[in-house]
Ligand binder design. Structure first.
Ligand SMILES: [Cu+2]
Ligand SMILES: [Zn+2]
Length: 212
């Protein structure tokens, strides 16, 4: 190969290498931005105002958060746990029909895309397993969340539900028996795809930047 051509090949290889490195750096930057701002935490209270523990969001590598929870004073068994889209934990909240519905003020499950359904919501976390003494500890890593989404204009809240979360795992041999036309719906119905049927809201905590 003539020297000039060899140089050209070397230069274009260098250009490709630099472009690849720049692209990698751009990806790394966007992933870091996802969890920028340090640890977030929520102090959860039940509907009587009693504190039932904390959930912390610790930034990890590649835009991941480790979600570490330490809970108490809950009933034994599994409890659905999610992030809800509004940072308002009102124990006196009501449902649209006017019936008491503690913490309904926190809205539905946080999404990073409007088309998401349960259990693919950005919000969805593994359920909490509460021991016979009422305490629960859990740690899970998620790559679905960003600080921009968690701490957007209306904030967000961590919610522990009264009941278990079915994660919308309803095989198609089941069909809905609701009074509307959805009795022809096989598998998870609209309510399940919105919430996982975890029932009422046992404890709620507004997510904030942690001072620690
Ligand atoms: Cu929830
Ligand atoms: Zn969900």
């Amino acid at each position: 190969m003539p020297v000039v051509l060899r140089r050209r090949v070397a230069v274009s290889a260098l250009v490709v290498a630099l472009a690849t490195a720049a692209a990698a750096a751009a990806v790394a930057t966007s992933k870091t931005t996802a969890t920028k701002g340090g640890t977030l935490s929520a102090t959860l209270s039940d509907a009587t105002g009693k504190k039932v523990g904390t959930v912390r969001f610790i930034p990890g590598r590649n835009g991941r958060y480790e979600v570490r929870s330490s809970l108490r004073s809950l009933s034994a068994g599994f409890h659905g746990m999610h992030i809800h889209e509004v940072g308002v934990c009102d124990p006196a909240a009501k449902d649209p029909a006017g019936a008491p519905a503690p913490f309904n003020s926190a809205g539905g499950h946080l999404k990073s895309d409007a088309a998401q359904t349960h259990s693919d919501h950005a919000a969805d976390l593994p359920p909490a397993l509460v021991l016979r003494n009422g305490t629960a500890k859990s740690s899970a890593v998620t790559d679905r969340l960003t600080v921009a989404n968690l701490l957007d204009a209306n904030g967000s809240a961590v919610m522990v539900h009264v009941g278990e979360d079915n994660l919308a795992n309803i095989p198609p041999r089941y069909h809905a028996h609701t009074p509307d036309a959805s009795s022809t719906t096989f598998g998870p119905d609209a309510a399940t795809l919105a919430t996982g049927d975890a029932g009422g809201r046992a404890a709620c905590g507004i997510l904030r930047k942690s001072s620690r």
